[in-house]
Design a protein around this ligand. Sequence first.
Ligand SMILES: *Cc1c(COP(=O)(O)O)cnc(C)c1O
Length: 475
Amino acid sequence: MSDPLYERDQAAAALEEVARAAGPYLGSLDDRPVHDHKADHLLDLLDHPFPERGEGTMDTVRRLLHVGTGAATHSSGPRFFHFIVGGSTPAAQAGDWTTTLLDQVGGLWLTSPFATRAETVVLGWLKELFGLPSSYGAVLTPSATFANLTGLACARQWWGERHGADVTADGLAGLPRMPVLAGGYLHPSSRKALQILGCGRDAARILAADEVGRVDLAAMDRALGEIDGPAVIVANAGEVNAGDFDPIDAMADLAERHGAWLHVDGAFGLFAALSPRLSHLVRGVERADSVTSDGHKWLNVPYESGFAFVREPELMARSFGAWGAAYLPAGDDPHVNYNMLGPESSRRARALPIWATLRAYGRQGHREMVERHHDLALRLGAVVEEADDLELLAPVRLAVVCFRYRPPGVGEEELDALNAWIGAELLADGRVYAGTTTYRGVTALRPAIFNWRTTESDVDLLVSVIREIIARRPI
Ligand SMILES: *Cc1c(COP(=O)(O)O)cnc(C)c1O
């Protein structure tokens, strides 16, 4: 087969093929292992000499589904507890298919008023959901990494302007290094954003009060007092090892006192705002200059999805809009062009799955999901606390449970090896996914519960698989 033009009548049939596979696949997610290692051999079917003549639409789609439904990591199921990974709600998944079906160019109003309006609507809903002022500027991004890049690019633009420079136009040459201060919870994606922005990966000065990484507010206050000129503070709403939070309100006080920019990385933790039980954790976030979060984590929309909010909308336009390309709309275009407010140019209609899930389940449905996950984490935390040979390493704040196996009479070094072995065995087993991290200098498990499908039986299975593994421990 050569030219897709000859197969135009198969466009719908190909999608129907995917839809036919969806029923059995989605139906299997509750019971199948997260990763079936016996299916790994299917990956070889991807490897094929680059074809001179194509295989044709239908055969290719069937082959892809065959390999994918077997050999994919079934991380959208209920037992992927490794890292912070959300699922896809039914409405979000269908919204995502609609995005593909309509194939909009979502960056310009001119190319898609539909995608643009949907983005404006969901950004307004998200501000309401998180309790952020409606006056904030906002843009959808592919991820929290890109959202951090967006927020910190605005911070850099603001900082440059304080020095009388337009860094978007002229770069950073001749300027001092932008001072960035954070506690020990700073996520690597903020460092990545700083490295992309030319500020340097190691620009952030870490002011931590302990080995966990809790921010040292007094030291931050002193450091800000010693800096000549404006600085940037990065606060983390939700840290990945134990789900802890920086004290955002207190950091907003510091930012206010010293005239600093406050950036809040709330990739998953911002969702604490949805629950009256948890919202105290993000108190003060509405005082931040920039705030970021992820859609593909706790909102449970498919990858890729993130959002950035910026107090001063004009800064977004100054940071990203100044392209000067003659064929693009000018700055006084009355319509919003989202490709001028964030790092992407051409982009898909990323708003549609977000619109679908928020419309389908509302504030209440998403709050219930957040609270259910918190309850499940508390339940797992209680199991750990009751067991003589398990040690809870941090209080359960949100939906991450940080703990380790600690049988009596075993030395620290051996404990690290033992827990690393348990983590590796869990991944090799594949029924539940949970790996290890280093927390307070020790090797720990840190299952994270962020998928709408997850219920008590999934969390209980995690515990029983860990018990099975422990029962066959070699030492
Ligand atoms: C996951 C995460 C990020 C990065 O998000 P991506 O969507 O993977 O780019 C940033 N910060 C925190 C706290 C995170 O948990």
